[in-house]
Design a protein around this ligand. Structure first.
Ligand SMILES: *Cc1c(COP(=O)(O)O)cnc(C)c1O
Length: 395
């Protein structure tokens, strides 16, 4: 029976692991080893020459990591997956593999802060330039394409304003010019959105977030065509070396099993909290792509299964009021990161997006009153009670 014919909820638990190969162990064993012994010197020679299959050294491959890589590849409908020490290790390995000096990158108008930092560094050191685009129409993307454009890099939903980009539309334009499209799918996870099925080429995750789901590790993943990821494995992954530890891969295999259940609950809770927040007099603007009043609702219907667990909102007040709201909370946690069982709340202008210059921040819609909420798995009534009492305490 082909594994591909199974449902997502089954693949997330079984793909890439055969208990018969591991003494019947139900749980994937943790191969906490740096290296592998050869029976003979000649066997070592054959392994290095690629004439014999087998493990050599854990930067080049590890059986626990391999299960995770096969699983994420199947979940994202890609051919091969690679695991990294962090989301940024994945982002940098992919972007460095795709570019050379003097190339050009087209990016969505909002980017994760450290991805923005990496692009700045690539520009300073290698003259790899970039342009930002809202990517609302094909024309808008087309007019930025140059002979040296090496890739289009997209985040959707955009952090923290939750604007959406039509991935199928972007992939169609890019492929007219043979340019690969890379998507950071961290905010949705493959349960909600699968960019490769929409025509995109490479998917990246900060597995620290929804894929891990328990706030206990930092890791990254990339999925794409076998040829391309084989080359990444042998170059920017092997030689720069940002590989995942076997233990973190083991935790991710464990976390992944409940991804569909968690994402449904995150989305259910977020829908409830959204309805409550939008009716509160202290909330001025609210951004959650699941609602018909959201400008990109039609894109959400087209490419996302659910709205996901992230809501951003502006309070009617000052920066100090926004900070006071966080301080007024009783059990909800003030923290960056997202996608954990615990509800996390943060102030983008002074935390995740503090490095972005004020003018760019304003253009991106990140005001001093904006708050980002990663709705957790607690009872939504308790989440709302805490938020409501904190909002009500604002003068
Ligand atoms: C957190 C995050 C990253 C970076 O991932 P790390 O695991 O922290 O290195 C990249 N993109 C997005 C959208 C993120 O939220």
């Amino acid at each position: 029976m082909s594994e591909n014919q199974k449902h997502f909820e089954t693949t997330v638990i079984h793909k890439g692991y055969d208990a018969k190969e591991m003494l019947g162990s139900l749980a994937t064993p943790l191969f906490q080893t740096s290296t592998y012994t050869f029976d003979t010197a000649e066997q070592g020679e054959r392994r290095f020459a690629g004439e014999e299959e087998g493990y050599i050294y854990s930067r080049l491959g590890n059986p626990t990591v391999k299960v995770l890589e096969e699983r994420i590849a199947a979940l994202e409908s890609g051919e091969r997956g690679l695991a990294f020490a962090s989301g940024m290790a994945a982002v940098s390995a992919i972007l460095i593999a795709l570019t050379k000096a003097n190339d050009h990158i087209i990016c969505s108008s909002g980017l994760y802060g450290c991805t923005f930092g990496l692009l700045m560094m690539m520009k300073d050191k290698y003259n790899i330039t970039h342009d930002f685009s809202a990517m609302e129409t094909k024309e808008e993307v087309r007019k930025l394409i140059k002979p040296e454009t090496a890739c289009i890099y997209v985040e959707t939903p955009i952090n923290p304003t939750m604007k959406l980009i039509d991935l199928q539309m972007v992939a169609e334009v890019a492929h007219e010019y043979d340019i690969p499209v890379v998507v950071d799918n961290t905010f949705s996870s493959p349960y909600i959105q699968r960019p490769i099925e929409l025509g995109c080429d490479v998917v990246i995750h900060s597995a620290t977030k929804y894929i891990g789901g328990h706030g206990d590790l930092v890791a990254g993943l990339a999925v794409g065509k076998k040829d391309f990821l084989d080359s990444v494995a042998m170059t920017t992954q092997k030689d720069i070396g940002g590989i995942i530890s076997p233990f973190d891969a083991w935790l991710l295999i464990r976390g992944l099993k409940t991804l569909p259940i968690r994402l449904d609950r995150h989305s259910d809770n977020a829908e409830k909290i959204f309805e409550k927040l939008r009716r509160h007099s202290k909330v001025k603007n609210i951004y959650y792509p699941n609602d018909e009043t959201h400008p990109d609702f039609s894109i959400r219907k087209k490419q996302m299964k659910r709205g996901g667990g992230i809501i951003s909102f502006e309070i009617d007040g000052t920066k100090e009021d926004a900070q006071q709201l966080l301080n007024n909370l009783s059990f909800l946690k003030i923290a960056v990161s997202l996608g954990d069982a615990e509800t996390l709340i943060e102030h983008p202008a002074t935390m995740t997006h503090a490095v972005v210059p004020e003018k760019s921040r304003e253009e991106m819609g990140i005001t001093d009153q904006l708050i980002r909420l990663s709705v957790g798995l607690e009872a939504w009534e308790d989440i709302w009670n805490d938020l409501e009492q904190a909002l009500n305490k604002l003068s």
